[in-house]
Design a binder for this molecule. Structure first.
Ligand SMILES: C[S@@+](CC[C@H](N)C(=O)[O-])C[C@H]1O[C@@H](n2cnc3c(N)ncnc32)[C@H](O)[C@@H]1O
Length: 229
């Protein structure tokens, strides 16, 4: 085990904005903080947004800074990655952000019915060999989990470099009667002036992986939708 990872994990334990429910108990059915994030973590009832697969957490942090009247939780299984976002949040005194180390397969154990208003899925792994989508966190298979804690009018945002994720999301929205709100297959080279201004501004924030894919010449795609029931 690399020393740097161990140091970051140890430091995460000292951060009061980082949470790591014991995976073994969660797998066996335990829950963690369901319907308690507002009262015990943020100290208010403001709407909660999740970034699932947040990596270094810079997008979660950017959202938290842009919307101080909302709360944000970055979720990733790799705690040494979001250590960066957590550390910066603490250094900058950002109080509407938290990080949760878990597998997204179990995220519905950690948020209760209607507890979450919005989800961002940023540069998720396309899981190319996984035809059925059971491992792809952007797929309908996972929407079934998200429905358990997303408000009925809650919004899902997918920002991706992956043609597979983009195509799949559009197909599944149609197939399962979800409501497509906004989409574009090449956001930086298209006219998106008809998008809501907030979204135009947000799409300018580039994540760590996004910068890598952009440098390789990949096009960036965006889909926003509501599950509706
Ligand atoms: C390609 S990276 C993108 C990170 C970040 N969103 C960005 O754009 O820079 C995908 C992230 O999702 C996380 N991830 C993938 N599958 C996961 C799962 N099932 N549960 C939790 N985290 C997962 C990985 O650990 C990784 O940090």
């Amino acid at each position: 085990m690399g020393k740097d990872k161990l140091r970051k994990w140890a430091e995460n334990e000292s951060f009061d904005i980082v949470f790591e429910p014991p995976l073994k108990e969660i797998v066996e059915g335990a829950t963690f903080k369901q319907n308690e994030w507002g009262s015990t973590v943020f100290g208010n009832d403001n709407p909660i947004t999740l970034e699932l697969g947040c990596g270094k957490g810079e997008y979660t942090l950017a959202l938290a800074k842009k919307y101080p009247e909302r709360n944000f939780v970055g979720v990733d299984v790799k705690g040494h990655r979001f250590w960066r976002g957590a550390k910066t949040s603490i250094q900058e005194g950002i109080s509407n952000v938290a990080f949760l180390r878990t597998r997204i397969e179990f995220v519905h154990h950690m948020f209760g019915k209607d507890e979450v208003s919005e989800i961002w899925l940023t540069f998720s792994d396309p899981q190319k060999g996984n035809e059925s989508g059971t491992k792809r966190i952007t797929s309908y298979h996972f929407w079934e989990r998200y429905k358990r804690f997303l408000k009925p009018d809650g919004i899902i945002n997918i920002k991706t470099d992956s043609p597979l994720i983009y195509k799949n999301a559009l197909e599944e929205i149609k197939e399962h009667g979800a409501e497509l709100l906004v989409e574009n297959g090449n956001i930086y080279e298209s006219d998106i002036s008809h998008f809501p201004v907030d979204i135009q501004e947000l799409l300018e924030v580039k994540t760590y992986y996004e910068q890598i894919w952009l440098a390789q010449g990949d096009t960036i795609k965006y889909v926003q939708f509501k599950l509706n029931g």
